[in-house]
Ligand binder design. Sequence first.
Ligand SMILES: [Zn+2]
Ligand SMILES: [Zn+2]
Length: 132
Amino acid sequence: MSDTEIDTLPCPKCEGASMHPVTVGEITVHRCKECSGIWLDEGQRLKLQKDKHAVEEIDIGSHEVGHEHDSITGGNCPRCNQPLRHIHDKAQKQIGFEVCRACRGSFFDAGELTDLTHFSLSERIRALLSRD
Ligand SMILES: [Zn+2]
Ligand SMILES: [Zn+2]
């Protein structure tokens, strides 16, 4: 087996494609070489949602590919091989992503993290403005 030195994971949406680690600051995610989909281990998503700059560096894939891939559901967790569940963000229902119930990792298609972060920021600003 090669690749043992690099911590790669199989992409749940692309046959035979691997996701490679990408580190920005304190956040490490895995990004697919084919579709630029992003795997987040538990805890990384919350960190990322607070860091728009990191999202910009990580979520570099094509929105079009992301939208195509959004209709692909199923697939297994790259960490524990359990079937992934397709769920929708509570606040932003048009964004669907996959989660693993076992390890609580999640997979986002290209562009979805950017959408999610933009929403979070504008919501935060709105909350600030409405305070007084
Ligand atoms: Zn992929
Ligand atoms: Zn898992």
